[in-house]
Design a protein around this ligand. Structure first.
Ligand SMILES: Nc1ncnc2c1ncn2[C@@H]1O[C@H](COP(=O)(O)OP(=O)(O)OP(=O)(O)O)[C@@H](O)[C@H]1O
Length: 364
């Protein structure tokens, strides 16, 4: 993916590349271009807007920008979508004691905390319109007023924003202030989707293995063979690097110290295969492992799907657990009920409801 102003920076001495390299793993052409662009913008004051699909690494790009900027202050991140609209103003601007019910002491806001550093406003497209007007004023005057405060405070921060929304369209339709849009969109930077840089997958996996070993030196990492790497390169990665990370976490549990093959990737590890594939492998997890594996699947679904049919998802899990328990116990319902810590009658009821027969479970 070519950044639109790439041509203007291609000859610049990219002295911050090593800082960026440590944080942003990847040597593919689109990643090298991205790092080159970041190295040039980082030391400037210019507001940067990071765009890209979910899980692509926008927050990491902001961290890299901050580290390469040489700014002495902190990197302060605020997710505008995660904070209720009525609390966002005091979160950003801070407040004086007694400014509103419950404000029993003065609170320094995130903008002030970013003094001399970088303010990262993630999901800025979700900021309420009234607050957008206040942010615009801060960017123009470089001054803020705490909620309930009288005086103005000078602020010096570098603004980085991110969004997965089409902010230009939102600005055209009045869902986002057009004047703010132009003010923050001085340097738009696009982070390429993982599918556009599958060459980077082995490097990113190596980094994940190193990180896992730093956390637990006794852990036996999984080893992805060439076939597995090819299968990973052929996947479409709707959840981008986050989806890759989730896949790696599953592999670290299910294939610790073992070789991961293309079949394992396709049938067990890739999220599109869902829970069914996780139980398809003859893994014998110790007590307590299944909930962790399920958590990974849940995270992956949240990362990759717009919505989840929770009832049918839970029904699938119940069905798989019952099926697995019946198989484990040779079709004996009483023993399967003990395995599942259920009353025998409860299990029979559930089997009827889900149309599971003990013979069916044994035959499949
Ligand atoms: N180039 C990369 N090298 C190593 N890890 C990466 C890279 N890009 C992303 N990651 C990892 O992928 C995960 C998702 O990254 P991040 O949170 O920055 O994505 P995002 O684009 O901000 O996601 P969202 O749109 O959901 O806010 C994180 O664990 C991050 O560390």
């Amino acid at each position: 993916m070519t950044q639109y102003w790439q041509a203007a920076v291609s000859d610049v001495d990219a002295k911050n590349i090593s800082v960026l390299d440590r944080i942003l793993i990847g040597r593919s052409a689109p990643m090298l271009q991205l790092k080159q662009v970041l190295s040039v913008v980082a030391p400037t004051e210019a507001p940067v807007m990071v765009q890209g699909e979910t899980g692509v690494g926008k927050e990491l790009v902001c961290e890299a920008l901050h580290k390469a900027s040489g700014r002495a202050g902190e990197l302060v991140a605020v997710n505008c979508a995660a904070i209720p609209a009525d609390l966002l103003e005091s979160e950003l601007f801070g407040h004086e004691k007694g400014a509103f019910t419950g404000a029993d002491q003065r609170r320094i806001g995130r903008i002030e905390q970013a003094q001399g550093g970088t303010l990262f406003l993630d999901e800025i497209g979700d900021m309420p319109l009234a607050l957008q007007a206040k942010l615009l004023r801060v960017l123009e005057t470089r001054r803020i007023q705490r909620v309930g405060g009288r005086g103005e405070i000078e602020v010096d921060f570098r603004l980085v924003t991110a969004t997965h929304r089409a902010l230009a369209t939102d600005a055209e339709c009045g869902r986002f202030r057009a004047d703010l849009y132009f003010r923050i969109n001085v340097f738009p930077v696009s982070v390429p989707a993982l599918v556009q840089r599958t060459d980077d997958i082995p490097l990113i996996l190596d980094a994940m293995i190193r990180r896992a070993q730093d956390r637990n030196p006794d852990a036996m990492p999984p080893h992805f063979n060439q076939g597995a790497l090819r299968a990973l390169a052929n996947h479409n990665w709707p959840g981008n690097v986050r989806e890759l990370r989730n896949m790696f976490e599953r592999a670290a549990v299910l294939y610790a110290g073992r070789v991961v093959t293309a079949e394992a990737v396709e049938n067990v590890l890739l999220p599109t295969q869902g829970m069914a594939s996780i139980t398809a492998e003859p893994v014998r997890p110790e007590t307590g492992v299944i909930p962790e594996v399920s958590m990974d699947a849940v995270r992956t679904i949240m990362d990759t799907e717009q919505s989840v049919d929770m009832r049918s998802y839970l029904r699938d899990i119940e069905e798989m657990l019952i099926d697995a328990a019946l198989r484990k116990n040779g079709g004996c319902v009483s023993q399967a009920a003990r395995t599942l810590r259920l009353q025998r009658t409860t299990l029979i009821e559930k089997m009827k409801k889900l149309s599971i027969s003990r013979d069916g479970a044994m035959l499949n």
